[in-house]
Design a protein around this ligand. Structure first.
Ligand code: FA5
Ligand code: MG
Length: 399
């Protein structure tokens, strides 16, 4: 009975949520499939792997020596404007991350023209809240939320995932106050902030994984300087778990904090949880199946026992590309038609016919449910719908 009740309540909530995100406004590209996932708040569920890992990280920061207190923020609306998500972070107007091929816009009235206040979107990273929280006077915080990106489809990519943002500002008496950007970058204060950042995050990784091989690599973000990423060695390969850096002077002065300095990081909760709980597919985090949910307990890290893997079914679709074709648009159709029944969509062949001046793509679609065997019939229906919608909505020429 409780299951039924919560499903009804959930359906009502989804209807209200959807009207906020599928607005019909200019530039709106949020699909019903995505709108349906907003508000699930997996990171706030105590006995869900994402909630468990979030709590572990928050505990680690609470126990750090020193008197920095990290405020916990985990309830901010994923609907933000371009000012917060991009401009405040010095992300240039022509950055690929701003393109509607990569980002879910709720409203984008200017079309190609960027308008920071009226372009509203689903946050693509938790850094969208950095400046707002610093402006509000917070000195140190951990901000967690669901983030949205139009992206490829496979076992480690899902259009919605979760990030935790960490920020710590330092006492000017310790690292220095107002100075030019060049002076700051050359100063001992900047080195101290970078060293504290690395030490803090290495300690976190040790706490989560025990002794594990890790490596720092130089990275680039418009909003940190210098910038780094941290990889850990897992299953025979290096995996990126977070990006971070010393907060860019320009970001701070835009917040009215030109006399302050500090660090910031953003980590992917699914990536960490997949490793810690040995969860093989990112779609599982969204499962309502008791065989998944019943395996986890608040505060506990345990090895996930895979229930039987059902057989995959592979089908190809080949077509000639129209002008301006974006693969992400096709991946989106895949999620729209198949939901979580598609495991992977992969480009397996690409060629250009010089005479026709046309390029062809062939995509291989892996259909597989995490929960049951799919029938040939339902797979054929999805495949047919996908072909049809690719032709009508994306204007591809099926081969
Ligand atoms: C960012 O999103 C920056 N905002 C991070 C940051 C914050 C840098 C503060 C500096 C200061 P990036 O796009 O690399 O960076 O994503 C950060 C992390 O999110 C990655 O290291 C990875 O762990 C995770 N992540 C990124 N894309 C995906 C994805 N498609 N699926 C699952 N996890 C992902
Ligand atoms: Mg990265």
């Amino acid at each position: 009975v409780t299951g039924e009740m919560s499903r009804t309540k959930r359906a009502r909530m989804v209807a209200v949520e959807q009207s906020r995100f599928i607005t019909g406004a200019d530039g709106n590209n949020v699909t019903p499939y995505i709108a349906n996932l907003i508000g699930r708040n997996l990171h706030k569920k105590d006995a869900h792997p994402l909630g468990i890992i979030k709590a572990k990280i928050e505990n680690y920061f609470a126990k750090l020596p020193g008197d920095t207190k990290f405020d916990i923020v985990d309830n901010l609306d994923p609907l933000v404007n371009a000012q917060e998500c991009f401009d405040d972070l010095l992300i240039p107007t022509d950055h690929p991350g701003r393109k509607p091929s990569d980002t879910y816009y709720v409203s984008r009235p200017g079309g190609r023209e960027v308008s920071s206040a009226t372009d509203t979107l689903l946050r693509t990273h938790t850094s969208a809240h950095q400046s707002t929280l610093m402006r509000s006077g917070k000195e140190a915080f951990l901000c967690t939320g669901d983030v949205y990106r139009r992206d490829e489809i496979d076992a480690t990519h899902f259009p919605v995932f979760h990030q935790m943002e960490g920020v710590k500002l330092f006492d000017p008496a310790l690292v220095g106050g107002t100075m030019s950007r060049d002076e700051w970058l050359a100063s001992d204060g900047c080195k101290l902030v970078a060293a504290d950042l690395k030490k803090t995050l290495e300690g976190l990784v040790d706490e989560l994984f025990g002794p594990v091989e890790k490596q720092w690599r130089d990275d680039f973000f418009p909003f940190t300087e210098p910038s780094f990423e941290l990889d850990i060695f897992y299953n025979g390969d290096w995996m990126e778990v977070l990006g971070c850096g010393v907060i860019h002077s320009g970001v701070l002065s835009n917040c009215g904090l030109s006399n302050r300095h500090g660090w910031a990081f953003g980590l992917g909760l699914e990536r960490l949880a997949m490793v810690l709980f040995t969860i093989p597919d990112i779609r599982l985090f969204w499962s309502d199946d008791q065989r998944f949910l019943s395996q986890f307990k608040a505060g506990q890290i345990n090895t996930f026992q895979s229930y039987s893997k059902f057989p995959p079914c592979l089908k190809d679709i080949a077509f000639w590309l129209p002008e301006g074709f974006e693969p992400n648009d096709f991946f989106e159709l895949g999620r729209g038609v198949c939901g979580e029944l598609v495991e992977k969509i992969e480009l397996v062949d690409e060629f250009t016919n010089a005479k026709k001046g046309k390029t062809s793509h062939c995509y291989r679609i892996t259909y597989r449910s995490m929960e049951r065997s799919l029938t040939n019939e339902e797979i054929n229906v999805m495949q047919e719908q996908l072909r049809e919608q690719a032709a009508t909505k994306l204007k591809v020429e099926l081969r």
